[in-house]
Design a protein around this ligand. Sequence first.
Ligand code: PRT
Ligand code: ZN
Length: 288
Amino acid sequence: MSGRLRIAVQKSGRLAERSLAIVEAAGFRVIKGANELFYRVENAPIDLLRVRDDDIPTFVEDGVADFGIVGRNVLEEHGQGASVEIMPLGFGRCELRIAAPSAFDYRGPNSLRGLRIATSYPKTLARFLERVGVDAEIVAMRGAVEVAPRLKLAHVICDLVSTGATLEANALIAVETVMKSEAVLIRRPGVFDAELAQTAESIAQRFRGVSASQGAKYVMMNAPKASLAQISRILPGAGAPTVTPLVGSDDAVAVHAVCQESVFWETLEKLRGAGASAILVLPIEKMM
Ligand code: PRT
Ligand code: ZN
């Protein structure tokens, strides 16, 4: 493969833009050339293979691509289990759920026994039904699954839900979660040869850095020494904070910490309640 590494990404659709954005945030400059199938990275030996998301698991398993960015739902449905999930990427979040007409009296998976369930995820649904020990008929559909009950094609549906607006517009209510999904970085099975190994390692490490710094914040404040323990407990997802003396003060210190989770106004109010002042929350651009 001429020493270049391939990352399969969705060409167009819900994951396309964010997939490109994460590659660029990792410092890889993507040239969006005239070639529809490949985008070249200018400052690293990487090409982006732009395809339909359903094909990504197969391409990565067969070694046509070395890495792929794809929804875990698609990996579960179209993959053979041979590729390796390296990390979740924090976007494209949704849930594969079973939904029923609002009048349906749902009392757990047993209520699905003998029913027709429409879905674009027949394999994943079949595994779920087997796991809960329920026999039902799966009606495989390509899209517009939410209209199946109205058309009397099926009693209930199994589809991806993010905001819930589509279910609501079709008078359906989610009754069961089959799986939770988000975009994930996957790699092909097997080892990379020496030429590609370094690029592969750099991709994985930089992606980890980008995904860790998304949502992470750098928090600074002044605080009384006496409340340091309390303040450490309030800071969301932070390791041990850095504490430095303040000139001209014996009982107050400066506290710096990297918070891995969102820092809300309530957190700031709690910090102030614990005696902190001059609280600053800053975005983090890169982390390693
Ligand atoms: O052309 P290609 O095959 O590449 O794309 P596609 O049409 O198969 O997929 P696309 O672009 O629609 O979605 C790509 C991936 O985005 C999915 O595989 C999921 O991992 C993720 N994702 C996240 C979603 C949703 N949220 C989502 N809400 N994919 C689809 N939906 C649909 C859902 O099927 C339903 O029709 O949106 C509707 C529900 O949305 P809400 O907001 O009304 O609940
Ligand atoms: Zn698709």
